[in-house]
Design a protein around this ligand. Structure first.
Ligand SMILES: [Zn+2]
Ligand SMILES: [Zn+2]
Length: 381
């Protein structure tokens, strides 16, 4: 991370109307060669010593420490067989709904407008997104739009140039960089502000997360199959919540570090099959940053192909399209992404393979730096 090459301008498309000319994407080539897997404890120690502690949001640090302590206790309750199998199934159902609320709702519907949904489905997705407790849809979508538009600059809330840990979860324990706030304010959020479902959640967020993320997941196992109340809270509540958080965070950390770049080798986001598997399709991140308005977040459509490529979110969107609740799904034509791939890709794409998660090979040439810098080495204008 020694390059001081100035990066200027807006970095990319956000929704279809922005641009179809992906030339606007900034080039990150200057640093790519230097990234390789690296977990260096001395470096972590030095980074921690140099950390600007006045920027740490201690309330969030305490909350995350507690959450992970409860999550680990939840793991113990599962491994020591103190949890009923019904509670595990219930936890998975809660995980699934939370994940759908993020991938299908906050991400593909609200942040990118890659498809449209009728009110009943929007209400359902809003409730699911509340189960995930990752800030309101309005805030989530704003952070995400800023992330796309100013990727890997100071204005990116989880700027991966600031290290793996920062892009994973450190950004939530640190004050926002002034550029994130400044650029965040310039974004047009009027589409979400015109959506009564989004605004209802924003106004009622506190009691809604209490009930949907903690009370219901805990009370259902206790009431219906007599699970121990504390076990239900720790497993279906805290452990499930922690797992969904980390899976979402992997899209910002791992999927900006480890993987291949068949669509544009000059940007940080990569194709990562593991993240796709965990996050129900959101790991095809090199494609997604080039064509963010494609509802599939991948070049591959069709429910079976999508499932084979771990893109379960696409399959669920298609299911709701068949019922009439989803309409206006936006995609990219094969001609367009193939043209782009030829022009800027890293040449790892195997067109003959219907399953893309084992081709192209994962390249382990990007370093994971566990540092947590306040200032990005590269400035946003
Ligand atoms: Zn990203
Ligand atoms: Zn996105």
């Amino acid at each position: 991370m020694t390059s001081q090459a100035p990066v200027t301008g807006e970095t990319g498309a956000l929704i279809e109307q922005d641009t179809e000319d992906a030339n606007l994407h900034m080039r990150h080539n200057d640093e790519l060669e230097e990234r390789k897997i690296e977990i260096n404890f001395r470096r972590i120690y030095q980074d921690l010593k140099q950390l600007d502690w006045s920027k740490v949001v201690w309330r969030n640090v305490v909350l995350f420490v507690l959450l992970h302590a409860y999550g680990i206790y939840g793991v113990w309750l599962v491994l020591s067989l103190q949890t009923q199998w019904r509670t595990l199934v219930w936890s998975y159902i809660m995980y699934f709904h939370a994940a759908m609320g993020i991938t299908m709702g906050a991400h593909r519907l609200w942040a990118h407008r890659s498809y449209k949904a009728h009110t009943p489905l929007r209400i359902y997705l809003m409730l699911c997104q509340t189960v995930a407790f990752q800030n309101s849809i309005h805030e989530w979508a704003r952070d995400h739009r800023v992330h796309h538009k100013y990727s890997e600059t100071d204005a990116d809330p989880h700027n991966s140039r600031r290290g793996f840990f920062f892009s994973h979860m450190g950004w939530l324990m640190f004050r926002k960089h002034p550029k994130v706030i400044e650029k965040g304010k310039t974004l047009d959020m009027s589409d979400l502000e015109a959506d009564p479902v989004v605004m209802f959640q924003k106004r009622n967020y506190l009691w809604m997360i209490t009930i949907l993320c903690f009370v219901i997941p805990t009370v259902v196992p206790w009431y219906f199959w007599d699970e121990n109340l504390l076990t239900a809270l720790m497993v279906a509540g805290f452990l499930r919540y922690t797992i969904v958080l980390h899976i979402t965070w992997f899209v910002n950390s791992l999927a900006h570090w480890v993987g291949s770049k068949p669509f544009d080798k000059s940007i940080f986001p990569v194709q990562n099959g593991l993240v796709a598997f965990l996050a129900m399709g959101e790991g095809w991140h090199n494609y997604h940053h080039i064509f963010p308005w494609d509802y599939r977040t991948s070049e591959l459509g069709g429910w079976l192909t999508a499932m084979l490529n771990f893109n379960f979110t696409t399959t669920v969107i298609d299911f709701f399209a068949a019922t009439g609740q989803v309409y206006d799904r936006k995609t990219i034509s094969p001609e367009m992404w193939k043209k782009r791939m030829k022009r800027t890709g890293d040449g790892t794409y195997d067109e003959n393979s219907p399953i893309k998660w084992n081709t192209p090979p994962i390249k382990l040439n990007t370093p994971i730096k566990w540092n947590m810098k306040w200032n990005s080495p590269i400035k946003t204008k």
